[in-house]
Write a protein that binds this ligand. Structure first.
Ligand SMILES: Cc1cc2nc3c(=O)[nH]c(=O)nc-3n(C[C@H](O)[C@H](O)[C@H](O)COP(=O)(O)O)c2cc1C
Length: 150
């Protein structure tokens, strides 16, 4: 059973690229993460993992992606005490609420007991090579944070 799950939503592929780069960093640390599109899972699955990473682009006027709405509502029914989390997402700074979906998910994860490992990681549109390297480092850092508490 893997220790880490990464759940993401990505309409045009940018957030998915972040998720894959973070997953590669986790793999380098020796943990095989579970990587799932939010449409293929549900919030209750998060309770099975020690580490939870959520990735979402921002939609509408600072909104969560539509496909994250049910998952987000169902997070109220789970408890992530003792679990570590991190949130990431691609966004566009020409909008008023830059990457607000990332903030919304971070707040919810903290509310249900999770402990944040890194500050919400927002990337402007398509990730650059350097930003993908940063994702890789975040993956390593996240895996290390779990091992410390193990
Ligand atoms: C209709 C629409 C609304 C958007 N609203 C926001 C927003 O409020 N804030 C923001 O930061 N980005 C907003 N975006 C930009 C997307 O988050 C951005 O294009 C992102 O790179 C998409 O990521 P993805 O490739 O993972 O789908 C919006 C994009 C569209 C098309």
């Amino acid at each position: 059973m893997s220790k880490i799950i990464i759940v993401f939503a990505s309409m045009s592929g940018n957030t998915e690229e972040l998720a894959e780069a973070i997953a590669a960093g986790i793999q380098e640390a020796g943990i095989e993460p579970v990587l799932k599109n939010v449409m293929d899972t549900n919030a209750s699955e998060l309770e099975q993992y020690e580490g939870v990473l959520l990735g979402a682009y921002t939609w509408g006027d600072g909104d969560l992606p539509d496909e994250f709405e049910d998952f987000y509502d169902d997070m109220d029914d789970i408890n992530l005490e003792g679990r570590k989390f991190g949130v990431f997402g691609s966004a566009d700074s020409s909008y008023t609420y830059y990457g607000k979906a990332v903030d919304t998910l971070e707040e919810k994860l903290a509310e249900i007991g999770g402990e944040k490992v890194f500050d919400g990681f927002k990337v402007e549109l398509n990730p650059s090579k350097d930003e993908k390297l940063l994702c890789h480092e975040l993956g390593l850092k996240f895996a290390a944070a779990l091992n410390v508490s193990a």
